[in-house]
Each structure stands twice: as C-alpha cells, then as structure tokens.
Design a protein around this ligand. Structure first.
Ligand code: NAD
Length: 500
C-alpha cells in the first residue's frame, strides 16, 4: 500500500496531487486530458487532475469485479468491521478534509465541518447493515403444504457513483459505505472541480486496509463517466448533479442495462406563514439562501411571505442580509464564500440582470462586490430581488448563487401553488406554528424533502433523500432503506423436502 501522506509530507492536510486509487494502490494517471483544481477564493491552482480514460476505467472495473467474488461472500458482520474502522479513520481526518474542502470549494470551514459530519453519519448508518439487510427479507412457512418460501438480499457486483462539486465530502459518502457494506465493490468518480476531499477520504480507505479492489477511485470528466456508463461489468450507477446530466445518465445507464439512481437540480421555495415565529424563521431562511454561497440543492432561494407576514419578514431579512460577511471560507468570520468558478459568478449576475429586465426590483445588489484581500476570488455579494412572479426565469431556474427572490402570497393556497409551479421537486420549507397548515403543506407540496421550520431539510442517513419531478430520475433514492434495495437484490427460494 502507498499513502498520499508519504507522497506529499509537507501538505498532509491539502493534497497537491490527484491520483486514482485502484486495487488498494495509489495510481498516477497520465493523460492529455485534465484540468487544474483551483481555489475559488484566490484563483490559485492547488493541484492538477488528469482524467482517467476508458482503459483506466476498465482496469478499475476489472479489479473491482475480481474483488467482488470474495468480498460478497464475506459475512456482513465482518464487512462492517471495515466500516467501523472507516468511521474512525475519517473522524481522525476531519480537520484535514475540512481544510482541503474549503480550499477547493470555497465554502466556510464551519460549513465544511458540518458537511463532513453528515457524510460520516452515513458511514455510521452503514455499520448497521447486517440488521438493515435482514429487513425486507423474510420467510413464509407452508406457502403450499410442505413448501416454504424465503427472500434473501444479495449483493450484485460493481457499483459506481458520479458526484457533483457542491458537497465534495458528503455526497461520495451517500454511496460508498452502503455499496460496500452490502457486499458490492465500488468505484467513485468525484467532481473534477473538487477532487481533493476524496483524496483524503481515500487515505482513510487506504488506512482501513479493505481487501484490494473493494473500494476504488477514478478521477475525470465526461469521457470518464461515459466509460463507466458503458462498461458491461458495472452493475449500477448513482449520480448526483445537474438535471440535464442526470437525465443523460438515467437514459444511458438504462440503455446499458444498469440500475440507476440520478439526483438532479432543484428550484426550492420557502413559505413564511402569518403564524411563523419570525425570530426563528429568519435565520433559517437566510442560512438556506446564502449558506454555501447558495450552492446547495436544498437552497430555498425563492421566499414567499404570506399575507401580513410579508412586511416584517422583509424588514428582518434585509437587516440579516446586511450583517452577512463575504470572504475566504478559511477565515472564521466568513458567512458567504466565493462561487465555484468565475463563469458561475457571471451566470448568476446574468440571471439577476434578466430578472430586472423581467420586472423584478433589485433591493440588495451584490454584483459589484470585490474583496479587498482577495481581488481574484469569484465573489458575489448577497443579493435580494423583490416583486418576482412565477413567470420569471429567476423563480423557475436554479440560481446556485447567493441570491434571494422575495415575493408575497395572499394565503397559503396561493403560496403552495407558487411552490408547485416549477419543473423541480427537490425540497421546500414552511415556517409556521400552525399544525393544520403544516399538515396541508406536506400533503400538497410536490417535493421529496419538506422542512417545517427547517430551512435545509437534508434527511438523516437512515431516511432516504427525497426528490421528485425533474430533481430525480429513478425509483430508489440514496440513503436509508432505499440504498439497501438499490445495492441488493432479493433472491426467492421455495423449498420442499419430500423426506419430511
Ligand atoms: P454537473 O452535472 O455539472 O456535474 C456532476 C458530475 O457529472 C461531475 O462528476 C461531472 O464530471 C459529471 N458530468 C458533467 N457533465 C457530464 C456529461 N455530459 N456526461 C457525463 N458526466 C458529466 O453538476 P455540478 O455543477 O457539479 O453540481 C451542481 C448540480 O448538482 C446542481 O444542479 C445541484 O442542484 C445538483 N445537486 C443535486 C443534489 C440532489 O440531491 N438532488 C445534491 C447536490 C447537488
């Protein structure tokens, strides 16, 4: 085994090389395709990532296929001993991952630390796999006289996950622990924009000393994903990213006979009722819109004030926006970090301009924000648009930047109609102390994740992560029991013995 830390002793916390990890070894990929990994706060290059080609992918798949035979026959109680160790190795590296994550992504250190905890939570849940695999199996005695029937869960082979830039540590851990604990072998392909967190996650994997080939990492872009999608020996693929790519992955994986779960983009609304506790609601609303610089699939970037709640909500939101500090995520007082790339910042500015052209009022303008210490960073100041309507692009298209679109509704029915007006169905939050209203909301809102007085309604690892309409393609979601169903198949045995 080789270790990343041995390779770069001076930069243990932040890897300056990006390698694959295949068959229990770090492998450096030579390729004419690749790109730099850039710190969005400074635009300094942190490392270069070379893209794995079809041959590199094939090697990883072959290695994982060979490892499957023995790993799938390893008792679940033994497999989870590796998962327990993985939890500890990740815990020991939390701060290293956070440092790398903030540098490659831009989010604040606190956001990075929170994200890592949510990732480790999935490792903890997967440690209960022996029990979870028992659920959904079953026995019925005497389905006919003298005949019994059993269902058992079996792992299937090699699985892969292709993940986005916005949660570099958490999202790979939505998949890796469940795939492996259920007895499959696994290949991660992280976002090429943020591959450094995965380098440290795989230092942890390496330290656990999984049998060679059980857990693998390849880096790359579109061609690497195509090679994974089209490889005959990959059983299933998990994807998280934008909707057009999710649709492409869903379709192509299905054409190649694979299991697929593809989580796409979002357009989420928050509704603040007349019965909301504004003091509690406003910090939640602000965190949901501006946290992670708005680059969250659960960001509720359209905020609807119902009836008389609108004016006080507007006032308190404006005060809170005024208090936000934009800066380098490494500095502890930063609330809003930079956007991932300069192009992202330009795209968001373009959306703000289009909204103004369509009739929205720009109340807080962050477009010209420049950080005195980081003039090259991809910063955008918190922005707030008012008087938006559901026929504007700003209320229908994911912004993925620190921009709130604030509007009002006469009553809860009109608010729900607005929430349901988009093509997406990832998440929505209602702020209220009125139980009947909350109940109506969770019945009538067509979204997979609902928050009541919770601004970022990310389900715990033992529940599946919802998503509907153009936010999800597939049927079995990530996390929880859905993950177990995705990574296993049930074999039915019907038994009859004539000697009894
Ligand atoms: P993206 O779609 O650009 O990239 C995601 C992954 O797909 C990356 O690993 C990338 O290498 C790969 N990829 C990109 N284009 C591809 C192509 N043409 N063919 C094959 N692979 C391709 O997404 P992103 O910009 O990294 O992430 C942001 C998006 O992810 C947002 O839309 C956000 O809402 C969404 N997201 C959704 C969830 C969810 O749970 N629904 C969670 C996080 C992020």
């Amino acid at each position: 085994m080789t270790s990343k830390q041995e390779q770069s002793p001076d930069t243990a916390a932040v890897p300056d090389t990006v390698d694959s990890y295949v068959g229990g070894e770090w492998v450096s990929v030579e390729s004419d395709q690749g790109q730099p990994v850039v710190n969005p706060a400074t635009n300094e290059t942190l490392a270069d990532v070379s893209f794995a080609d079809a041959d590199d992918v094939d090697e990883a798949v072959q290695t994982a296929s060979e490892a499957f035979e023995e790993w799938s026959r390893t008792p679940p109680v033994e497999r989870v001993q590796y998962i327990f160790d993985l939890k500890q190795e990740l815990e020991d590296r939390q701060e290293d991952i956070a440092q790398a994550l903030t540098r490659e992504h831009g989010k604040t250190l606190n956001e990075a630390r929170g994200e890592i905890r949510r990732g480790i939570e999935n490792v903890e849940v997967a440690a209960g796999i022996p029990n979870m695999m028992r659920e959904g199996s079953g026995n019925v005695q005497d389905v006919a006289t003298g005949m019994d029937e059993h269902a058992i869960r079996q792992p299937l082979g090699v699985f892969t996950a292709v993940t986005p830039f916005n949660f570099p540590a958490m999202i790979p851990l939505w998949f890796l622990p469940y795939a492996v604990a259920t007895g499959n072998t696994f290949i991660l392909k992280p976002s090429e924009k943020v591959p450094l967190s995965s380098q440290i996650i795989f230092e942890a994997v390496d330290a656990v000393d999984f049998p060679d080939g059980v857990v693998n990492l390849v880096n790359g872009g579109v061609d690497t994903v195509t090679a994974l999608l089209e490889h005959d020996d990959i059983e299933g693929i998990s994807f998280v990213g934008s909707t057009p790519v999710a649709q492409h992955i869903y379709q192509t994986a299905a054409e190649h006979g694979k299991r697929v779960q593809a989580q796409g983009g979002a357009k989420n609304y928050a509704v603040v009722s007349e019965d909301a506790e504004l003091e509690e609601a406003v910090p939640n609303v602000i965190g949901s819109v501006y946290g992670n610089a708005g680059q969250r699939c659960l960001a509720n970037d359209v905020v609807v004030g119902v009836g008389d709640s609108y004016e006080p909500l507007r006032e308190e939101v404006l005060d809170a926006v005024d208090d936000l500090t934009v800066g380098n995520g490494l500095e502890e007082d930063t609330d809003v970090g930079p956007l991932i790339t300069g192009e992202s910042a330009e795209r968001v500015k373009g959306m703000i301009e289009d909204a103004i052209d369509e009739g929205a009022d720009l109340v807080v303008d962050g477009r010209d924000f420049e950080h005195p210490d980081y003039p090259d960073g991809n910063f955008l100041g918190p922005t707030l648009l008012e008087n938006v309507t559901t026929d504007m692009d700003i209320t229908q298209t994911e912004i993925f930047g620190p921009v709130m679109a604030l509007t009002k509704a006469e009553d809860i029915d009109e608010a729900i109609e607005m929430v349901n007006s988009t093509q997406y169905g990832n998440a929505s939050s209602l702020y209220t102390e009125n139980g009947a209203e909350a109940r109506k909301y969770r019945y009538e809102v067509d979204a997979g994740n609902i928050g009541i007085n919770v601004g970022v309604c990310a389900p715990m690892g033992f529940f599946h992560f919802g998503g509907r309409k153009d936010s999800f393609f597939g049927d079995l979601h990530a996390q929880g029991e859905d993950a177990i169903n995705f990574y296993t198949d049930k074999t039915i045995t019907i038994e009859r013995y004539y000697s009894h």
